[in-house]
Ligand binder design. Structure first.
Ligand code: PMP
Length: 324
């Protein structure tokens, strides 16, 4: 039974639709006020979760007066792959999608950290569960957004009872809207039990990922993360951290399955994602991880990541699209 511990159900990020604001989004082939972008109640994507999406961040650098879109092309490549899995056709190239996003951010004139949410959704208004013979449409909106989960002091996690949707049911490698009910089950079980985050296992009991984050552990100086065949989203932050670990820290990075109990004996555990950024985990299922504080590898990776995404590491400016 779940016990509600309100103090643990922290408000994380802002996430709410900016009310009464002048934010514009791209919807039905035009830039319109966010408050006016509405879909009908019979829209297939709403009835059956037949939509795919991305979560992208743009980071504000106050000294440079610049907003940087992070790995925009990587996100739109993954979104295009998701459309393919879901039998959708994208009429746009990756470059066009990046261009639309730059245009959107410019029109909004954001001068703060921003979250960008593009989506293709089955737009036909019809009953009947299927993927084929349905129209789809593209939309993208962006809102100001701070930290989604704590990145400073370390977080607590619970291995939840829900299992990750497997590639034989709903592929985790695609960001399919309906599949996020699985993440919602996981996150709520962990938070209502008083933990910050969920760790979700695959059907065969290996650690897959967090509710919306990829997972890393450190054992004997080696950075280890589950392979893309363990029902994970092929995360873009995961890729970024692997690059930073190898190039900047000279670490060995290994992709292999991880047992639940390995997490308990790991020196460090990290969760990462666009929303979560880099979040060291200091306790799992009441077991202290390592020293119970943010470890040296996780702490350094976090610093390297934030320097890169805010446009303070010239070597990683190729990850960034300047918006202004
Ligand atoms: N796993 C899941 C289930 C997610 O929703 C996310 C967030 N997109 C991630 C991992 C991290 O992926 P990324 O680094 O590409 O944001």
């Amino acid at each position: 039974m779940l016990t509600q511990k309100p103090e643990a159900v922290k408000a994380q990020g802002t996430g709410a639709r900016p009310s009464g604001s002048t934010v514009v989004c791209y919807f039905e082939d035009a830039f319109v006020p966010l408050a006016e972008a509405k879909v009908g109640v019979m829209t297939h994507g709403f009835l059956y979760g037949t939509a795919v999406f991305e979560g992208i961040r743009a980071y504000w650098n106050a000294e440079q007066g610049q907003l940087y879109g992070l790995k925009l092309a990587d996100h739109y490549r993954r979104l295009t792959q998701s459309t393919r899995v879901m039998l959708m056709d994208s009429p746009y190239t990756v470059d066009e999608l990046v261009g639309l996003t730059v245009d959107l951010l410019r029109r909004n004139g954001f001068r703060e950290d921003t979250y960008v949410r593009p989506s293709f959704y089955k737009s036909t208004e019809a009953i009947g569960v299927r993927l084929h013979n349905l129209e789809s449409k593209f939309l993208v909106f962006a809102i100001p957004f701070g930290n989604y989960i704590d990145t400073e002091g370390g977080i607590t996690a619970q291995t939840v009872s829900w299992r990750r949707n497997s590639d034989v049911s709903i592929p985790a490698r695609s960001k399919i809207v309906g599949a996020y009910v699985n993440s919602a089950f996981a996150k709520s079980e962990a938070q209502l039990n008083g933990y910050d985050e969920a760790i979700v296992l695959t059907l065969d009991g290996h650690a897959s990922e967090g509710s919306a984050e990829n997972l890393f552990m450190v054992r004997d100086g080696v950075l280890i993360t589950p392979p893309v065949t363990d029902d994970i989203l092929e995360g873009i932050t995961r890729e970024a951290l692997m690059e930073l670990a190898e190039r900047e820290m000279g670490l060995r990075v290994v992709e292999r399955s991880i047992d639940r109990s390995e997490l308990y004996v790991a020196d460090e555990v990290l969760l990462c994602g666009t929303g979560a950024q880099v979040s060291p985990v200091i306790s799992i299922d009441h077991r202290q991880i390592g020293t119970g504080r943010v470890g040296p590898i996780g702490g350094r990776l976090k610093d390297l990541y934030f320097e890169a995404v805010r446009g303070r590491s010239p070597a990683y400016s190729r990850w960034l699209t300047p918006i202004y």
